[in-house]
Design a protein around this ligand. Structure first.
Ligand SMILES: Nc1ncnc2c1ncn2[C@@H]1O[C@H](COP(=O)(O)OP(=O)(O)OP(=O)(O)O)[C@@H](O)[C@H]1O
Ligand SMILES: [Mg+2]
Length: 383
């Protein structure tokens, strides 16, 4: 393990604490959020918790290992989990569009709901609004939590993955953004074109919706405005609901039963981004339980530095007929170089965020795509 001083993060302190009911795994794109969420879920279940894990766009092979073949918003039992400690594991994939539809159905009469769901404008917004995925992840978390506290499902821990946004901050900000888009201000904006007419107000609108202009102009053909007006008429009573629900779920995140785990890659930019996110969580009074630095390169032969391996390779190559050994040394030089670089950026991160408990997960030789792979990652999270 890299010699990085500072408090260590042991995921078990969170997973084994019965007071913790929600764990949110967040971080920037591609760092290993889904893998970490699934690994913690397997670990918690095998330690006796009754877990449901909400994944978002898992890699195909990981989805298969979790028994997730279809996107149907339904938690299903995961096979191959050791349940001898009394735990269980269910997994699901977020279906963003379906979740949006459920919100509409829950907040309007069946006739109105049918009208809204068929509206072309609704279809466009529900599948393409920037932030919809984040909002719907929150919404789904709210639903799962409700089912858990009402005892409708046999869960005592919800682990949530977050969408693949560029920045982890999107997860915290999107519900607010979508909420204000869908509340009263949105209605005013949307009814403006009818009163004022003309292109200018449409421009304002298109900026509000956040769709690319080309998409907008395609949509703006013919019936678009009528669709929007019908949509507003049908959803008038629903908008407050969106905002309220976003606020309620946000409040849930700030409660002590919720733990944030921030995942990051051992690279300078990724760690800087994670640092911003951790600061933001702290200022919103929900400091992360810990941080996971994923895919750390570790070399088994740390005594042989990158420089020495490089030198050795040159020496062997000069002598000829030791090509294989030289190639091995070059690979080691490269790995040792990466490992050293990662240790130093990590040490720098430590200086800027000395209090954050930190766990490191070594880069596995292959993608994490089965239960055993998840167990291995989980074991690393235990330190
Ligand atoms: N420690 C690891 N060792 C090797 N491979 C890993 C490790 N962690 C994650 N991976 C692999 O990296 C890829 C990305 O991981 P993952 O899907 O968990 O990232 P993510 O943060 O959820 O990405 P996105 O932002 O796109 O949702 C996957 O193929 C996964 O198997
Ligand atoms: Mg993911």
């Amino acid at each position: 393990m890299a010699a990085v001083k500072g408090p260590a993060f042991d995921a078990d302190t969170v997973l084994a604490d019965p007071e913790r009911r929600i764990v949110v795994c967040c971080g920037s794109g591609g760092v290993g959020k889904t893998t970490t969420a699934a690994a913690m879920a397997v670990r918690a279940a095998e330690q006796g918790r009754r877990v449901v894990v909400l994944t978002i766009d898992p890699a195909r092979r990981l989805a298969q290992a979790l028994g997730l073949e279809e996107l149907d918003n339904t938690p299903r039992p995961v096979e191959g989990i050791d349940t001898s400690a009394g735990g269980s594991l269910e997994a699901m994939m977020l279906d963003m569009k379906r979740t949006f539809d459920e919100v509409v159905e829950a907040h309007s009469s069946p006739e109105k709901a049918a009208q809204i769901l068929a509206n072309p404008f609704y279809i466009a917004v529900s599948s393409s609004f920037a932030g919809t995925q984040e909002y719907m992840a929150m919404e789904k978390l709210g639903q799962l939590h409700e089912q858990m506290v009402q005892g409708a499902r046999d869960w005592d821990l919800i682990i949530v993955d977050t969408p693949p946004s560029r920045s982890a901050l999107d997860f915290l900000d999107a519900p607010q953004r979508l909420g204000s888009f869908l509340d009263g201000r949105f209605i005013r904006l949307m009814t403006a074109p009818a009163k004022v007419g003309g292109r200018a107000s449409l421009k304002v609108f298109s900026a509000g919706v956040g769709l690319a202009n080309t998409v907008m102009s395609r949509l703006l053909g013919g019936d678009f405005l009528r669709d929007v007006q019908t949509f507003i008429a049908a959803t008038d009573t629903m908008f407050g609901g969106f905002r309220q629900r976003a606020d309620a779920t946000y409040a849930l995140l700030a409660r002590p039963e919720t733990a944030f785990v921030v995942v990051a890659a051992p690279e300078r930019d990724a760690l800087r981004e994670a640092g911003y996110f951790i600061d933001r969580l702290a200022s919103d009074r929900m400091p992360p339980a810990g941080m996971v630095v994923n895919r750390l390169h570790v070399t088994r032969a740390r005594k042989i530095s990158a420089d020495r391996a490089e030198e050795g390779a040159e020496h062997l190559e000069a002598k000829g007929d030791h090509d294989l050994a030289a190639a091995v040394l070059r690979v080691h030089a490269e790995l040792a170089g990466t490992a050293a670089r990662q240790r130093s950026v990590l040490a720098r991160f430590r200086t800027s965020h000395p209090g954050v408990p930190l766990a490191t997960v070594p880069a596995q030789p292959v993608d994490v795509h089965d239960i055993q792979g998840l167990r291995d990652v989980g074991a690393a999270l235990h330190g």
